[in-house]
Design a protein around this ligand. Structure first.
Ligand SMILES: C[S@@+](CC[C@H](N)C(=O)[O-])C[C@H]1O[C@@H](n2cnc3c(N)ncnc32)[C@H](O)[C@@H]1O
Length: 257
């Protein structure tokens, strides 16, 4: 199967063994110290724009309880606090990597709305949150790392209120052959080289492109989100298709799912 065919296959969404999940968690713990710096550097600061757009897609934030799933060092949480002008009810930063959450809480010390943040260390496939208790959820660059994506989507659906929004930002492969060629060059050679140089980690920045190349994107992934009961689900390609924003809604009561 070519990389392209593999990418169009949802077989890649099969459940990862526990051991592999543990490896991924430990990898994220290890790269935490240089995570923000490398994110901004390797995306040429485009990641900030993508986060802004993702949070905007959630719609009204005032008085809302919002889940930042796979929050990492918390940049989505901080963007939510900024865009809501501190008027959201609560932002829950949830991640399974302890180091990421600690980094996030250090960054939050400077934030005037820090009391709105709740930290949860948990797995995305088993959310320690009540049914119908969260208004919106955002998953930025996290979904392709989750060991059982349909299960995590089911969990998000369970905790969201009817009419609640889900915004998922995830990397994708650009459609144009020219752009795709350049993208492979950048993600397979430049990112692992610079990533290793700065963080000392080679596995993590090799994992970056390998995981993108096998993860379904576009309508294929939108269908996975639909299968979890969300409707409608829209796909918005950003920056020549190197990332996609999926905007989904849990149907309001009485609406078909
Ligand atoms: C690429 S980082 C993205 C962080 C952040 N959302 C951002 O925009 O920079 C992916 C994050 O997902 C977390 N993660 C991966 N799989 C997870 C899972 N099954 N449950 C909870 N967190 C997970 C990792 O620990 C990591 O912090």
């Amino acid at each position: 199967m070519s990389t392209e065919d593999q990418n169009q296959s949802t077989e890649n969404l099969s459940v990862r063994p526990e051991q592999e999940t543990e490896k991924i968690r430990s990898m994220f713990n290890r790269i935490t110290p240089t995570y923000d710096f490398l994110n901004h550097l390797l995306s040429l600061n485009l990641d900030k724009r993508w986060r802004r757009i993702s949070v905007k897609a959630l719609g009204d934030l005032r008085d809302k309880r919002i889940l930042d799933l796979c929050c990492g060092t918390g940049d989505i949480t901080f963007e939510i606090l900024k865009q809501s002008d501190g008027k959201c009810r609560e932002v829950i930063g949830l991640d399974f990597a302890q180091e990421m959450l600690e980094r996030m809480s250090k960054k939050a010390e400077r934030n005037i709305n820090k009391e709105k943040i709740t930290y949860l260390q948990a797995d995305a496939t088993c959310l320690p949150l009540d049914d119908i208790s969260v208004d919106h959820c955002c998953v930025c660059m996290g979904v392709r790392n989750i060991n059982d994506v349909p299960k995590a989507l089911g969990e998000i659906h369970r905790i969201l209120v009817p009419g609640g929004r889900l915004a998922i930002l995830e990397s994708a492969l650009p459609n144009s052959p020219l752009m795709r060629g350049f993208y492979y060059f950048y993600s397979r050679l430049i990112i692992p080289f610079v990533g290793k140089l700065v963080s000392g980690e080679s596995i993590a920045y090799k994992y970056f492109h390998e995981s993108i190349e096998v993860f379904p994107y576009g309508e294929k992934f939108a269908n996975v989100v639909r299968d979890a009961g969300f409707a409608p689900v829209r796909v918005i390609p950003l920056t020549l298709g190197i990332v996609n924003l999926y905007i989904a809604q849990k149907p309001s009561e009485g609406e078909p799912g």
